[in-house]
Ligand binder design. Structure first.
Ligand SMILES: [Zn+2]
Length: 89
């Protein structure tokens, strides 16, 4: 699968992710966002908004939105084997 930049749709070689880790330690979760950037947009700067909501499901759901449009929504399990459900919009 060819990854496309979430901003311009061009060839993307950078993958976005987010993680929660102890200071200097291992991560409790570090899901990929299913969103990618080209070289230009990876280096041009960005404003990233994080809306963190707690859940009691043992899962992390990450939704990436660019310019008001949902780019991806992925439901990850914490710990255990990687389980990935990706929906491209
Ligand atoms: Zn781009």
């Amino acid at each position: 699968m060819r990854a496309s930049c979430l901003v311009c749709g061009g060839k993307a070689s950078w993958s976005l992710g987010i993680r929660a880790r102890r200071h200097g330690g291992n991560a409790v979760f570090a899901p990929e966002l299913g969103a990618y950037l080209c070289d230009l947009h990876a280096r041009s700067g960005a404003e990233i908004l994080i809306a963190f909501q707690t859940m009691s499901t043992g899962r992390v759901v990450v939704t990436t939105i660019n310019d008001g449009k949902t780019v991806s929504k992925i439901n990850h399990a914490i710990g255990g084997a990687p389980e990935r459900q990706e929906a491209m919009f």
